[in-house]
Design a protein around this ligand. Structure first.
Ligand code: ADE
Ligand code: ZN
Length: 325
């Protein structure tokens, strides 16, 4: 039985899609403000659709919902609401994923997206002392040339970004496709991460490490199927940004009691707990911490270790890390 409150543990959120924080109430409010017709008649009807069979069934709704995001203010409002909730749940540093191609293909300028998100980060820093940054994710189920064009479109303002990532439908879209894109991102001085081993096989995790040269693996839960890969992750202290409620909601794990998080810790891996798309998966970061603490009977030492790993695995500088540990 665990008795510690995980809420007050200083933690970093490293796997959070800002578009996945779009709550149904905000979908309807922004639709009304922006004069956008929605295919759902109420908040309740939309929320009632949040029962997913796999990653794609979620992504279909995720991309449909974000059509309401139109202006710089909309992106600032979205991220502002998330950062306030995150601060309440003990987040001291947040590295936010965003999916620019899901907006530019709707005619929204990438600078509108980035400027809105950066404004919310600056406000959160002054109001709550929370630090953070942006990780631009490429949609792996879209052409590689679109990813490269997206990267080149922000090359002149790469200092406004922390790094790049790789997300969307995984199976059939191996990391190897994006080797040149990630090479260019590294040349621009950006950090690199990638979703791998969420639904895809351990081979995709190897490719992310060896070809994309990523510094963290997002999800990575299927790595446990390959003992040599586990050894590589352990030896190189490659952090895994695990999202337990997401894994259950998308069917990767049958129930929280079956989650491999304890086995990952036992194997000596640098495991962090994150919320992925909290508006869709039933909980923000501390909801994930408290759910795994309860379901997996994690003790205080394990929970403190996970929170400390999140700080260690962040892209903060050494001095900033030290103040959070
Ligand atoms: N985009 C938003 N959430 C995602 C997830 N869990 N996996 C892949 N792409 C995503
Ligand atoms: Zn994700």
């Amino acid at each position: 039985m665990t008795h510690i409150s995980t809420r007050s543990l200083p933690k970093a959120e490293l796997h959070l899609h800002i578009e996945g924080t779009l709550e149904p109430e905000m979908v309807f409010a922004l639709a009304e403000k922006n004069g956008i017709a929605l295919p759902w008649s109420s908040v309740e009807e939309l929320r009632g659709l949040y029962s997913f069979t796999d990653l794609q069934s979620f992504l279909d709704l995720y991309y449909a919902g974000m059509a309401v995001l139109q202006t710089e203010d909309d992106f600032a409002e979205l991220a502002g609401a998330y950062l306030r909730r995150a601060a309440e749940q003990g987040v001291r540093h947040a590295e936010l994923f965003f999916d620019p191609q899901a907006h530019t293909t709707r005619g929204i300028a990438i600078d509108t997206v980035i400027d809105g998100l950066l404004r919310a980060l600056a406000t959160a820093r002054s109001e709550n002392g929370i630090t953070g940054g942006l990780i631009l994710c490429f949609l792996r189920d879209q052409p590689v040339a679109d990813a490269m064009a997206t990267l080149e479109s922000v090359a002149a303002r790469s200092a406004d970004l922390l790094g790049v990532g790789l997300d969307s439908a995984e199976v059939g879209y191996p990391p190897s496709l994006f080797e040149a894109v990630f090479s260019r991102a590294r040349e621009l001085g950006l950090h690199v991460v990638a979703h791998a081993g969420e639904e895809g096989p351990p081979e995709y995790v190897w490719e992310a490490l060896d070809l994309l040269k990523v510094e963290r693996i997002d999800h990575g839960v299927r790595s446990l199927e390959d003992p040599l890969l586990v050894e590589r992750l352990r030896r190189d202290r490659i952090p895994l940004t695990v999202c337990p409620l997401s894994n259950v909601r998308l069917g990767g794990v049958a129930s929280l009691d079956d989650h491999a998080l304890p086995a990952m810790l036992e194997a000596g891996l640098v495991v962090t707990v994150n919320s992925d798309d909290p508006a869709y998966f039933g909980g923000y970061i501390d909801d994930n911490y408290s759910a795994v603490a309860r379901a997996l009977d994690l003790d205080a030492e394990q929970l403190r270790a996970v929170a400390a790993f999140s700080v260690e695995a962040s892209f903060l500088g050494a001095d900033a890390k030290a103040t959070l540990l």
